[in-house]
Design a protein around this ligand. Structure first.
Ligand SMILES: Cc1ncc(COP(=O)(O)O)c(C=O)c1O
Length: 399
C-alpha cells in the first residue's frame, strides 16, 4: 500500500470543530415542558407519562402503549408477558445490540442466533425456519438502522409454528412496512428513546401491543408488580393501599422524560423529513463510487433513518474500515460502527460456543460497516463536510 496522508488531502478543508456522531434535537418546547414538570412537584410517572402513552399509541396505531425507561426494559417485559423462562429458546438476529439478546438471558432462556440478509442486514427469513425447535418460544426481529425487516415472510413462518413475534424497533420510529406503522404489526413492539435515537427522552422506551393481557402484565411488572395504577398511590385520587402481585421490576418512565417525549412525538414527522433529506444526499453522492455500498431503501417501507450505515467495498480499497474511521476522526468527523455482531462478544461467544464464521454475513458486514453522522440538527455544510471527507478518503485509497 502506498503511504498516502489523508490528513494532508483533507487539510485544505478541515472542519474547525468536531462534528459529533449524534446530537438530540431539543427545542424550547421540550425545555418549557420539562421546566413545567419540575415546577409541578410531580417528577416521576404521572399524568404526562400517561398522556405520552396514549399519544404514542395513537401515532403508531396500537391499542396499548406502556412507557418504560428503555427499549431493553420493554423487550424484557414483552418476554415476561409471554412467560418465557428456563429451557426456552428465543430467536434473535445476530447483527444487533446486546440488549436484544440479553433480555432473553434475563429470563434464563437461550438466545438462538440467526444470520442476516446481506442487503438489509435484517433477520434473513430464509434462515429462520431451520432455527425453530420444540423449545422455541418467541422470535425477536430487529429493524436495523430504521429499515423495517421483511415482516410478511417472518410473520407467515411464525404463524405456521404458532410463535409470537416481538419487534425490536429501537431504531424504527417512525417507520412503516407495506403501509402499516411499526408498532402495530406484530404481537409486541419495543421502541427506544435513548439519547441518540430518532425520538429522544434521554433514556426511555415504549412497548406497544394490541393484546390487553400483555399490556396489563407489562404495566404491572414495570412498577414492582404492584396492583394497577400503583403510580397514583401518592395522589388525591389514589390510595395508600397497594398489593404486590408479582416480583416486578423498576422500569417506569418519569414525567421528566415524558415531557421531552410529548414534544419529540409532535415534531416527529419534521425530524424524520430532515433525517431522510440527509440520507438522500449521502446516497446521491456515494452511489457514484463503486468502492462504497449505500444502504437500501425499498419502496414498500418508510425508513426511519436512525442510522446511515455505509459499507466499504474493501476489495476495491487499500484501507481498512478502522483506518477509514481514523481518517474521518482526523477530518473532525464523528463516526461509529453498528454492529459488532453478538457472536463476536466474549459473553455470547463463550456461553454458546460460537465462532466468527458461524454467521458469515454478519461477520463480513461488520468488517466493512461505518455509521455516518445523521441527525436533524446537521446543517447542509455539515453534510457537505462528511461527503467531502469520505470522497477524499476513497480517492486517496481506491485501488
Ligand atoms: C437494536 C437495539 N435494540 C435495543 C437497544 C436498547 O435500547 P435502550 O437503550 O433504550 O434500552 C438498542 C440501543 O442502542 C439498539 O440499538
Amino acid at each position: 500500500m502506498e503511504d498516502k496522508n489523508v490528513l494532508q488531502t483533507l487539510l485544505g478543508r478541515k472542519r474547525k470543530t468536531f462534528l459529533p456522531f449524534a446530537v438530540p434535537h431539543i427545542t424550547q418546547a421540550e425545555i418549557d415542558e420539562v421546566v413545567d414538570t419540575l415546577h409541578s412537584g410531580w417528577l416521576t410517572t404521572g399524568a404526562k407519562t400517561k398522556r405520552f402513552e396514549s399519544e404514542f399509541a395513537r401515532f403508531v396505531n396500537a391499542p396499548y402503549a406502556v412507557a418504560v425507561n428503555s427499549a431493553t426494559a420493554a423487550m424484557h417485559l414483552a418476554l415476561d408477558a409471554l412467560g418465557v423462562g428456563e429451557h426456552d429458546e428465543v430467536i434473535v438476529p445476530v447483527y444487533t445490540f446486546t440488549a436484544t439478546a440479553e433480555v432473553v438471558v434475563y429470563c434464563r432462556a437461550r438466545p438462538v442466533f440467526v444470520d442476516v440478509d446481506p442487503v438489509t442486514c435484517n433477520l434473513d427469513p430464509a434462515q429462520l425456519e431451520q432455527h425453530i425447535t420444540p423449545r422455541t418460544r418467541a422470535i425477536i426481529v430487529v429493524h436495523i438502522a430504521g429499515l423495517p425487516a421483511e415482516m410478511d415472510e417472518i410473520l407467515t413462518i411464525a404463524q405456521a409454528h404458532a410463535l409470537p413475534v416481538i419487534e425490536d424497533a429501537a431504531h424504527a420510529f417512525p417507520a412503516t412496512y407495506r403501509g402499516q406503522m411499526v408498532g402495530s404489526i406484530s404481537d409486541m413492539t419495543a421502541f427506544s428513546f435513548y439519547a441518540t435515537k430518532t425520538l429522544s427522552t434521554g433514556e426511555g422506551g415504549m412497548l406497544t401491543t394490541a393484546n390487553s393481557d400483555y399490556a396489563q402484565r407489562a404495566s404491572m411488572m414495570a412498577l414492582h408488580g404492584i396492583s394497577r395504577d400503583a403510580w397514583k398511590r401518592y395522589k388525591s385520587e389514589g390510595s395508600w393501599y397497594y398489593e404486590v402481585l408479582q416480583a416486578g421490576y423498576k422500569y417506569n418512565m418519569t414525567d421528566i422524560a415524558a415531557s421531552l417525549g410529548l414534544h419529540q412525538l409532535a415534531r416527529s414527522q419534521w425530524l424524520l423529513q430532515r433525517r431522510r433529506a440527509i440520507a438522500q444526499r449521502y446516497t446521491e453522492a456515494f452511489s457514484q463510487w463503486p468502492e462504497l455500498e449505500t444502504p437500501p431503501n425499498p419502496a414498500h417501507v418508510e425508513h426511519a433513518w436512525h442510522l446511515y450505515i455505509l459499507r466499504l467495498q474493501l476489495e476495491r480499497l487499500a484501507i481498512t474500515r478502522d483506518a477509514f474511521i481514523q481518517a474521518l476522526t482526523e477530518a473532525r468527523i464523528g463516526a461509529s460502527v453498528h454492529f459488532i455482531p453478538l457472536h463476536l462478544h466474549p459473553f455470547y461467544r463463550d456461553s454458546y460456543h460460537l465462532a466468527p464464521h458461524d454467521f458469515p454475513v454478519a461477520f463480513q458486514t461488520y468488517q466493512r460497516a461505518i455509521s455516518l453522522p445523521l441527525y436533524p440538527g446537521m446543517t447542509d455544510e455539515d453534510v457537505d463536510d462528511v461527503i467531502f471527507a469520505i470522497e477524499q478518503i476513497v480517492t486517496t485509497y481506491k485501488k
